[in-house]
Each structure stands twice: as C-alpha cells, then as structure tokens.
Design a protein. Structure first.
Length: 376
C-alpha cells in the first residue's frame, strides 16, 4: 500500500439553501418482502431506478418507518436492563442530534472533520482515478459535506455520477440531497433513509461503485461489530468496486480528550439528546439535567468512551415499555465508543473483511487516515 502525506487543513465551506428539486419517494410497505441481509446476501442488479424515479433527479427510498421505533424500543429495553446500562449510538441522530453533530464538526477541539476534509481534498482526484466509479455510495452520509470533494473530482474527471447516500436521519438526508442537487446540476441521487446495519441491500446499483464510510464512524462499532459490518459491505461489492474508509488515528491523549469534552458543551448536549429521543419516541421521563456528560480515553482499548452519569439516585419511567429504570447516584449509561486506529489495524481490518488494500493516505500530522481498498 502506498502512502501519501497531505496539505494542512482548510476551512470548510458552508452549505446554502436551494429551491425545491423534483423528487420521487418510495416507502417500504412490506419489510418481510425485502430479503434480510443476514438471511440472504443480495448481489445487486444492474438496471434502471425504480419507476417513480424516472424523470426526477432525487429518489428517496424510505426504509425506516416511524424512525425505527420498534427497533429503538427493543434496544432500550435490552440496553437498560444490562448491569452496565447501554444505548446504541445510532439513536443520537434525530433531526436535532444530526444538527448537533454538524455543529461538533465545526468545534475547534473536534479536529476529525477538518483533518479528514483536508486530506480528502488532497487525494480525491487520485481516489477517483483509481476507483473510476459510476455510483458513489456513502454510508452514514450526514450533511454530505466531504462528499463534495469526491463529486468535484468526479466532475473534473468528466464523470456523471449517481450519488447513493444512506442515513438514519431523514431530515438531514433530504436537506443535504436538495442542497447537492442545487449545486450539481448533472447529479442523480438515490437516497436511502435506512439503518446501514439492516438496509445495506438497499444501496442500489450494479454499476462500478465507490463506497465511502467517512468520519471514523467505523470506530463507533466494537471490533467484532466492525468486522461483521465490513464483511457485509464487502459482500455487497463486485470485484473491481472500491471502498474508502476514514479512520481517526491513535494520538496524544489530551487531544483526544478535548475533542469529546469541548468547552462550548456541544458534545454534552449531543450526548444528552439521546435521552430526549427516547422521551419522545417511547414516552419516557428522562430529565436530561439529571445526567452529566462523561467522556474519557481508555488507552488500553484505544477508545473514547462516552457516558451519561446520574447526578443522584432516581427512577425513570418508560411509558411505551411499561418499564421503570432505577439509577444509583453516579451510575452511568454507556452511550458510545469511538475507537482510534493505527494504519496496521486498519489495513488488517480491511483484509479480514475481504478487501485488498490499494492506498493509505495520511496527513503530516498523522491525525487521520483514509484507506482505499478494492473487493478481492
Ligand atoms: N459521514 C459524515 C457524518 C458522520 S456522523 C461525516 O463524516 O461527517 C454519523 C452519521 O451516520 C450520521 O449522519 C448518522 O445519522 C448516521 N448513522 C449513524 N448510525 C447509522 C446507521 N446505523 N445507519 C445509517 N446511518 C447511521
Ligand atoms: C460519528 N462519529 C464518528 C463521531 C465520533 O467521533 O465518534 C460521533 C461523535 N461523538 C461525539 N462526538 C462526535
């Protein structure tokens, strides 16, 4: 694998509103009809977009109904009955949580987004030249800001790409798609409102693909979860398709600590917002003010751990689950891990999943890495 050092970070550009763009939407009406990934891996078919999408440049495929309320209910019941109470981090991202994450990306302490943006800016042309994609698929696309660097590179290379973002956050996905369509008049978007742990098969397209998973979101999985997830991603791809993975690298502990304990308190607000998500979806009575934000670096596991710590003993009622949850003073809910990687970890992780490493990109600061692999 070759290595490249990139230029220093630049300021990110702000998105701007655009007029409405013609759009077609399909909803999954019969989830049983859609093959579950675990049961039956799908080889995606070459072919046209679904009927409703013809003529429209944006097609939105809604896989998550009521924001996956049933799955949230199961996860909350299971997680809050554990001796170490836990909640899955994907539930941070209601509309407000997505906006908070976007604000985190601009924080001076949160170097991840700036560093990855600058790195991708430096290497996007090379990535596009190597992958030569016709479809650009993005897992957990959020505001799709870094995606622009790849779309720009694709345009420079004379391509007419289709962009296929998948995200659990419907509002953010739709807003980002509208903005992109305004800025890229030749772009087609097939957006999937879905959970990439369950709806990977919906990331359509049998054309040559570049799948990107940026922001070090892979670090929010445990090692076993990450291996399983990457294997599923690899199984979706055809030989010659490429995968670009962004990973936050192990570094000075104080830098890591500060990135998750910002002075403005945005990360604390983001962390506590998961309780509001549960309050609204499951008629729960969490008082967000009763919990402190706690984030620390566990050097042995090479991960930031984020918790919500009860200030005093109290109980919470979760109406939709008919469940009472007791908290001792100082007891925590573990809400997120954010693992930090080395280049060797990352390459080994890709190889275990069935990818052949193609390039490793890393800035002079060694703060963040981008690994490009291809399906073996
Ligand atoms: N890729 C962007 C956003 C990272 S934030 C970046 O690099 O800045 C994580 C994003 O993944 C959020 O937009 C969140 O809504 C989405 N997300 C988290 N878990 C998800 C899941 N299981 N399935 C689909 N999207 C998910
Ligand atoms: C999306 N994910 C990679 C972020 C991270 O850094 O783990 C989420 C986040 N949590 C706190 N701040 C940002």
């Amino acid at each position: 694998m070759q290595t490249l050092s990139a230029a220093p970070a630049r300021t990110r550009t702000q998105p701007h509103p655009t007029a409405g763009i013609e759009e077609a939407t399909t909803k999954s009406t019969n989830p049983a009809a859609a093959p579950r990934w675990r049961d039956k891996p799908l080889r995606l078919q070459r072919g046209p977009l679904p009927a409703g999408a013809r003529g429209a440049r944006l097609h939105v495929d809604v896989q998550l109904r009521s924001n996956g309320r049933a799955a949230l209910a199961r996860a909350v019941r299971r997680g809050l009955l554990l001796p170490q109470k836990m909640l899955p981090p994907k539930y941070f991202y209601d509309d407000y949580g997505s906006q908070l994450f976007d604000a985190i990306c601009d924080l001076p302490e949160y170097y991840l987004t700036r560093t990855e943006h600058a790195l991708l800016e430096a290497v996007a042309d090379e990535v596009v030249a190597l992958a030569a994609p016709r479809d650009l698929v993005e897992l957990g696309s959020g505001a799709s800001r870094k995606t622009r660097l790849l779309l720009d590179a694709l345009q420079r290379a004379g391509g007419r790409p289709r962009y296929v973002p998948i995200d659990v956050s419907e509002g953010m996905l739709r807003r980002s798609a509208q903005i992109l369509l305004g800025d890229y008049p030749r772009l087609q978007i097939h957006a999937v409102v879905g959970d990439y742990e369950r709806h990977l098969h919906c990331v359509r397209g049998g054309r040559r693909r570049l799948v990107v998973f940026l922001g070090s979101s892979i670090g929010n999985f445990t090692p076993d979860e990450a291996d399983r997830f990457l294997r599923r991603v690899a199984e979706q791809l055809n030989p010659g398709d490429h995968f670009l993975l962004g990973v936050d690298l192990v570094k000075d502990h104080a830098v890591l600590h500060a990135a998750y304990n910002d002075a403005a308190g945005v990360t604390a607000e983001f962390n506590r917002n998961i309780l509001q998500v549960i309050n609204r979806a499951l008629a729960a009575s969490f008082d967000t003010g009763a919990f402190d934000h706690v984030a620390f670096y566990n050097a042995e596991a090479a991960q930031i751990e984020m918790h919500l710590r009860a200030r005093a003993a109290h109980a919470v009622h979760i109406g939709a689950l008919d469940m009472r949850v007791a908290f001792a003073a100082g007891e925590t809910i573990h809400t997120e891990i954010s693992r930090k990687f080395t280049r060797d970890d990352t390459v080994a992780m890709l190889q275990r999943a069935g990818f052949e490493p193609v390039r490793w990109f890393e800035p002079a600061s060694h703060y963040f890495g981008l690994a490009l692999g291809t399906r073996q």
